[in-house]
Write a protein that binds this ligand. Structure first.
Ligand code: PMP
Ligand code: GLN
Length: 385
């Protein structure tokens, strides 16, 4: 057996969704919307499976999807991407992460992981035979600094995994942090594996900028995206990696022995969806922003201190500031068992020195669901505060 897996728990998302089912709770834990997602995109997938070609697509993805990805990022982020030599379609961002990590890291190498970190990064790095070196963003502003990064770099460091917008906190890297990141990567000759799956889910006009776009970073960044997040269809597991030709060649070589391809009907539908007009994206954002505000106002009225971030479909309750003397794991266990609401403890995104006073809640739910959750959490506030 491989020891990396022997020591791993089942993911916190699976665990909390299991507890939500067991206690018939409202599941604001694992991040998925309760809406069906854009009907035209889903119909495209159905049509493509009934009328289209259902055999192996090309290993790097259908040409129409690679072209749509390049055009989409040209239009939305001003990036110039060659669909033939810079894109590899994968089975979800998770596979893009795995392929990138396997492509970039060799046994004995080190990679920097910024806490709080999505749960897949460190196990994948270890499975590649490399060692994750953790640095932490510090509350209250959670900003990345050069000093923090320098504290983790060694002669063995080859890569850094970054995630902007950031799951679980919903913060976004600003221009200053991006500059710090780029200078750091260039100074130490590092590859940035840049998880940008939340790039479209942001509020209040906040712009997304990819590390790929920074001076000196084009040849050393792997930009990762996911249709699951762009179209609120988390089960579709259709993602992509984008990088300079020599780098994406290596990612594609890893991908060819992980999944080799991704279902062609979903690729066709995603290619169609990426061409949707600005109104679609604006409405999607406005809808999530309204849901964020509804949950945040309701929780604040119930006496909670809330961090309502500029991106992702998560907000966090600050337990300490809410006067609740429980750590996040205990709070999440009590609210799912006793009050019928599942959340995610933010400490699950840490391996070292966890921040344990925040509980993450997913607000991508119908108003009626959010209202019942608010009512139940108001009860929890009285019982636990
Ligand atoms: N990275 C981050 C930061 C995520 O939040 C998620 C899913 N929520 C993923 C990667 C995985 O994306 P996918 O479902 O496309 O594999
Ligand atoms: N990314 C989702 C979240 O943060 C969960 C994905 C998963 O269940 N592995 O909630």
């Amino acid at each position: 057996m491989n020891p990396v897996y022997a020591s791993l728990p089942t993911t916190i998302f699976e665990e909390m969704s299991g507890l939500a089912r067991a206690h018939d709770a409202i599941n604001l834990g694992q991040g998925f919307p309760d809406a069906a997602g854009p009907e035209d995109v889903r119909r495209k997938a159905a049509e493509a499976s009934v009328d289209g070609y259902n055999q192996y697509p090309p290993m790097r993805g259908l040409p129409e999807l690679r072209e749509a990805i390049a055009a989409h990022y040209g239009a939305h982020q001003g990036l110039a991407i060659d669909p033939d030599t810079q894109v590899c379609v994968t089975s979800g961002a998770t596979e893009a992460l795995a392929a990138s990590i396997l492509a970039v890291l060799s046994p004995g190498d080190e990679a920097i992981v910024i806490q709080p970190a999505y749960d897949a990064y460190a196990p994948l790095i270890r499975r590649a035979g490399a060692t994750p070196r953790f640095v932490s963003l510090a509350p209250p502003d959670w900003k990345l600094t050069r000093e923090t990064l320098e504290s983790a770099v060694t002669a063995k460091t080859r890569a850094i995994v970054v995630n902007t917008p950031l799951n679980p906190l919903g913060t976004m890297m600003g221009e200053e942090e991006l500059k710090v990141l780029a200078e750091f990567c260039i100074a130490h000759d590092l590859i940035a594996i840049s998880d940008e799956v939340w790039e479209h889910v942001r509020f209040g006009g906040a712009a997304h900028r990819s590390p790929l776009d920074l001076p000196g970073m084009a040849g050393r960044t792997i930009k990762i995206g996911s249709a699951g997040k762009v179209f609120s269809l988390t089960g579709w597991k259709t993602g992509w990696a984008i990088a300079a030709p020599a780098l994406i060649d290596m990612v594609a070589k890893a991908h060819q022995f992980l999944t080799f391809t991704t279902p062609p009907n979903l690729q066709t539908a995603v290619a169609y969806g990426l061409g949707k007009d600005d109104d679609y994206f604006a409405e999607m954002r406005a809808g999530y922003q309204r849901a964020r505000d509804r949950l945040a106002f309701g929780l604040e009225a119930a006496g909670y201190a809330v961090l309502a971030p500029p991106a992702t479909y998560f907000l966090s309750i600050d337990l300490a500031a809410s006067g609740i003397a429980l750590d996040d794991r205990n709070f999440c266990r009590r609210i799912v068992e006793e009050h019928g609401v599942a959340a995610i403890p933010v400490s699950a995104f840490y391996e070292e020195e966890p921040v344990s006073h925040l509980a993450r809640l997913c607000f991508a739910k119908a108003n009626a669901v959010l209202d019942v959750a608010i009512e139940r959490l108001a009860g929890a506030r009285k019982a636990l505060g």
